[in-house]
Design a protein around this ligand. Structure first.
Ligand code: DGL
Length: 274
């Protein structure tokens, strides 16, 4: 197999990275993609940094053994916690997701920016340094959102529990008079409409799917690894805890018709399918 036709592995703790995957498919339509939802261990945002680093190393190693040409960590939490050490260990390009602090502080008119993140991201030094480096005179209000990823993973996007949590997390930011809100977890774009119902249209919501796809394209082009063969286009979905309900959630969130063939495969044979 030529280097160009090798797969790109995309990793998240669950369905969050599907938003990034859609942007990658649009931007790089000739690439073979492998998506892993590590939902057996979701949410990452409530795990320790050690655990996340070890898990990301293990997964990356598996995909490198399979001959992947690049890895996308489609998860803000795993990026801030594990990307530096992973890059130091592997020779293929590793692309991560960082919250859109820079564009947010540039676009904010009143220089008040809110950011929704997981608990682990909110406490991470790399993340706090990123804010310092890019806030450019804006006040940045960090809000961690425990419980939200679990509800999305259970498909409870429109439940009253989800509505209540969002209200609890978004209201303090509205009270701070923010005009720009960064979605700093790849799961949250799936709640965009529910968030807009609380904020109204006067608050600008920012996410990062497109810049990640562009960055991936740039890195692959630089290493002469881009595929230009449309026959190569394909996507395989893996999960570390396959259930029928989870497969349905994948279809729903990936915007595929229910008849489309999304076959979720079990990632790690040491874990049981439930
Ligand atoms: N999508 C992950 C992120 O961007 C969610 C982390 C989690 O599993 O808590 O942070």
């Amino acid at each position: 197999m030529s280097c160009h036709s090798k797969a790109i592995a995309i990793i998240d703790s669950g369905v969050g990275g599907l938003s990034i995957t859609q942007a990658i498919q649009q931007y790089l339509p000739n690439e073979k993609l492998i998506y892993l939802a590590d939902n057996y261990y979701a949410p990452y945002g409530e795990k320790t940094a050690d655990f996340i680093q070890q898990r990301i190393n293990f997964i990356a190693q598996k995909f490198i053994e399979q001959g992947c040409k690049a890895i996308v960590i489609a998860c803000n939490t795993a990026t801030v916690i594990a990307i530096d050490q992973l890059r130091a260990q592997v020779s293929i390009p590793v692309i991560g997701v960082e919250p859109a602090i820079k564009p947010a502080s540039e676009q904010s008119k009143n220089k008040k920016v809110g950011i929704l993140v997981t608990q682990a991201t909110s406490e991470n030094e790399r993340f706090l340094a990123l804010i310092k480096a890019h806030q450019n005179g804006s006040e940045v209000f960090i809000q961690s959102c425990p419980g939200l990823v679990e509800l999305i993973e259970q498909g409870q996007l429109n439940s009253s529990a989800c509505q209540q949590l969002l209200q609890q997390y978004v209201s303090p930011l509205i009270n701070k008079n923010i005009d720009t809100l960064v979605l700093g977890c790849t799961h949250y774009p799936f709640l965009k409409q529910q968030i807009l119902n609380i904020t109204g249209k006067s608050i600008n919501l920012l996410e990062t799917a497109k810049p990640v796809a562009m960055q991936l394209a740039k890195r692959l082009a630089k290493k002469n690894l881009l595929s230009n063969d449309c026959e190569n286009a394909q996507i395989d979905f893996y999960s570390s805890k396959c259930t029928l309900a989870y497969q349905q959630l994948f279809r729903q969130l990936f915007n595929l018709k229910s008849t489309a063939a999304i076959n979720l495969q079990l990632f790690d044979q040491n874990q049981k399918s439930v």
